[in-house]
Design a protein around this ligand. Structure first.
Ligand SMILES: *Cc1c(COP(=O)(O)O)cnc(C)c1O
Ligand code: SF4
Length: 376
């Protein structure tokens, strides 16, 4: 967890004149996103290698970050977990490293009964509202959207999506995702939420957003908080990957969100060179609880083209969950899961705690590695 002093951004030269009113305004953060190599050069002098990586890669998979997220970088190198999540790398284009990867491994587009909707499980449907994000994460599971024009869907497209959900009474939950739905203006967002809210069989509106990580000032917006309060079926799922992403601002805004009766959960992606270390994940999970976010999933990195260089061994995640179990609050332990290719669903993966099972006994292994025999 990082403590940001009052008006800390003034220490960054290009932002020394930025007022508190501007910096803490989510729209200012969006309007002042860094998107080009020229933008970055105001902050540091990238060496030749970084320059080539940026120019070659960002031409294909674009670059973008809010000033806030950028300000969390401690060192301008791939060793920095924030830098590594946003700065383009030649690894993204390396066909050897990207072997056996796909633009849409879960066939989300193909499994869409209506454009923008993916219906994989009987009771849940994925609603892709926009392909714009305030920060473009190099590891994005929908990296294919980087290749498209940045835009929200049209009202007509949304209306067709609502119609499908209205007609399918087995759908109890709608996951609004993107891109990032909370980059939409309040009016457009409310249009979506209101329409879903009014469908009687929809019990849960789950918003998947990274704005809490990349632009937390979004949740200073009273109108947004009012929407959360009014349409009380909303759950927020966010995406923190490293303790350096959690700040005192996070804590402050999570409190705002919780005050509207909206639970906040987190999904982390396990990634090489960012968080593939049990102590880093332990710290992340503890920090999440400190700011009152419940860890939900830890994902094995998906086989998405342009992101495979982040993938670890499957075993790495099992080791991490083993490390957490017994040492860290059960509240802090996420479900480790693999999303199966071709849209076949998510599968939880656990360490094995049953060592042997006989006719009338079971031998368990506890978190210290002790074997305990119990009769059935
Ligand atoms: C991940 C996902 C869900 C939600 O799964 P949960 O296990 O409920 O979090 C639903 N639909 C699609 C298409 C998904 O990819
Ligand atoms: S914010 Fe989410 S959808 Fe957008 S690039 Fe990052 S991971 Fe992908």
């Amino acid at each position: 967890m990082v403590y940001l002093e009052n008006e800390y951004w003034r220490n960054l030269k290009p932002y020394s004149q930025i007022s508190k009113e501007d910096w803490e305004n989510w729209k200012w953060q969006l309007a002042n996103r860094l998107t080009s190599f020229e933008d970055l050069k105001k902050f540091f002098s990238p060496d030749e290698k970084l320059k080539i990586s940026f120019l070659k890669t960002a031409d294909i998979y674009h670059f973008g970050t809010t000033p806030y997220y950028f300000s969390l970088i401690k060192k301008f190198s791939y060793e920095d977990p924030i830098f590594r999540q946003i700065f383009p790398s030649l690894e993204e284009l390396d066909s050897n490293l990207q072997k056996n990867s796909y633009l849409d491994p879960f066939r989300e587009e193909e499994l869409s009964p209506v454009k923008g909707l993916t219906h994989r499980y009987p009771d849940r449907v994925l609603f892709r509202a926009t392909n714009f994000c305030s920060v473009y994460c190099r590891h994005c599971m929908r990296k294919r959207i980087f290749l498209e024009e940045e835009r929200a869907r049209t009202k007509e497209e949304y209306d067709l999506m609502f119609e499908y959900i209205r007609e399918n009474k087995s759908i109890k939950e709608v996951l609004i995702s993107g891109g990032d739905p909370l980059t939409l203006p309040n009016k457009k967002l409310e249009y979506i939420i209101k329409n879903l809210y009014e469908i009687p069989h929809v019990d849960i509106i789950r918003i998947g957003s990274r704005e809490l990580v990349s632009n937390p000032y979004r949740f200073f917006d009273e109108d947004l908080l009012e929407i959360f309060d009014k349409y009380d079926k909303i759950w927020l799922v966010t995406h923190f990957n490293h303790p350096n992403e959690i700040t005192n601002i996070t804590k402050k805004v999570v409190k705002n969100i919780l005050s509207t009766g909206t639970p906040v959960l987190n999904q982390t992606v396990l990634m090489k060179g960012i968080n593939d270390d049990k102590f880093t994940i332990e710290e992340l999970m503890r920090d999440l609880l400190r700011v009152k976010i419940k860890p939900y999933y830890l994902f094995y990195a998906d086989p998405v083209e342009g992101t495979l260089h982040f993938r670890t061994d499957l075993k790495k995640g099992i080791e991490i969950i083993e490390h957490l179990r017994g040492r860290v609050s059960g509240l802090a332990t996420p479900i480790y899961a693999v999303d199966l290719e071709n849209g076949l669903g998510k599968v939880p993966v656990f360490p094995n705690y049953i060592v042997e099972e006989g006719k009338d006994y079971i031998i368990f292994r506890n978190y210290e590695g002790k074997l305990i025999k119990q009769y059935k």
